[in-house]
Ligand binder design. Structure first.
Ligand code: SF4
Ligand code: SF4
Length: 101
């Protein structure tokens, strides 16, 4: 089991999640973050701090988001780690509003 980043992170990258993670789980491309399921200890600390509710425990993943389990595993293995908070992407606040947060 692991904790999963889903599509609400896409084009946000607020990175609040990175600052609370006790491990080094998060990997990033130029659009969003992914959690390494091998390193994640499922502490859940990142879930409530995400301002767009992009992060789920696997057991709480809606059925239409199950494909994000494989995406997190594949992308985290291929991308660099991110360990510090960074600036949200341009337009992140607008996207957050569009998502209803
Ligand atoms: S806090 Fe949420 S939106 Fe921000 S990088 Fe983490 S998962 Fe993505
Ligand atoms: S559940 Fe805990 S260990 Fe896993 S990514 Fe979130 S904060 Fe890090």
């Amino acid at each position: 089991m692991a904790t999963i980043v889903t599509d609400n992170c896409d084009l946000c990258r607020f990175t609040d999640c990175v600052t609370v993670c006790p491990m080094v789980c998060f990997h990033a491309d130029d659009k969003m973050l992914y959690i390494d399921p091998v390193v994640c200890i499922d502490c859940g600390a990142c879930i409530p701090v995400c301002p767009v509710r992009a992060i789920y425990e696997v057991k709480n993943l809606p059925p239409d988001k199950h494909h994000w389990i494989a995406i997190n595993a594949e992308r985290s293995a291929a991308l660099p780690l991110i360990t510090d908070k960074s600036q949200p992407l341009p337009g992140a606040l607008e996207r957050k509003k569009q998502l209803g947060f």
